[in-house]
Design a protein around this ligand. Sequence first.
Ligand code: BYC
Length: 319
Amino acid sequence: MPVPAEDPALLAAFEARIAAGESIEPKDWMPERYRKQLTRMMSQHAHSEIVGMLPEGNWITRAPSLRRKLSLIAKVQDEAGHGLYIYCGTETLGVDRKELVEQLIDGRAKYSSIFNYPTLAWADMGVIGWLVDGAAIVNQTVLAKASYGPYARAMVRICKEENFHKRQGYEICTVLANGTPAQKAMLQDAVNRFWWPALMMFGPSDTNSPNSAELLRWRVKRKTNDELRQRFVNLTVPQAIALGITLPDPDLHFDESTGNWEFGEIEWSEFHEVLKGNGPCNQERMAARRAAHENGEWVRAAASAHAEKQRARRDTAAA
Ligand code: BYC
């Protein structure tokens, strides 16, 4: 659908505010395209938090101790909270959460590619906390400076919680890395499976990222996909070395001249297949999400009936 032309004076004033580092708030004027881009990105982010509960939720009943079970339950519950903050943030742009959830359920909206991979062993819980939450922190620390106030503020709180998630994950990894040969092998296998998908979380390379230019211009994104991916690799390689495990990339090497850990070519065909719905768990994740939505229908009906009753009571009292 063509986006209506904006009033040039309003657009110039908006861009001047962005350039001055001001925060854009819900009632401020904004170009329709800015609203659309934010809605797309924030709703995808919210859906990722909710679908992201599934791979780890899968291991709650099989956690190896009560302590591990408690921290895993807390982490999964935090992800639900993150989804809710971001859905609320998206509502400030004038979109109803119901509409966004429908878009996810009928396959029009995306969620992060990473959650279409299976969690096959307990070590995956450590590796998800370390790599997946670790990648999310790198991305979201920068989003905490995004130009849209409600999104930026949600990121500050989310990043604090993600830090706990990363630490609990890395701690699981350290225990396995120092455990029996079977535990170490389980950890290595999980790292082998999650390393490349974690790098894909940052999105396509800069030359193939259609949304980046606009998002960078309006300071929703403050760094490019490739810049954040490189930062994640630079931070993570020393952590892998400390664990005594290898990363599954024969081309990985430190380049003195750039100060970067240079990595091999990402298998972009795999990324695009996952986005098209052909990843190992896309169908399973969407089936679980649809079932949860259908099973929750009575809760939504009861909540709106209650709200309706309260409203009627207030109206009677006021009359
Ligand atoms: N997966 O132009 P581009 C978590 C899509 S959850 C799927 O570069 P953009 C956690 C992209 O949407 C945290 N799709 O896009 C939860 C676009 O398609 P559309 C998840 C992807 O927006 C539970 C197309 O590819 N974090 O932490 O400039 C347990 C072209 O891309 C992906 C966020 O959601 C992908 N990986 O940049 C544990 C962060 N990458 O929409 C942990 C917020 C790209 O035009 N989002 N696409 O049809 C972002 O920072 C940005 O949206 C992205 C993509 C960097 C992901």
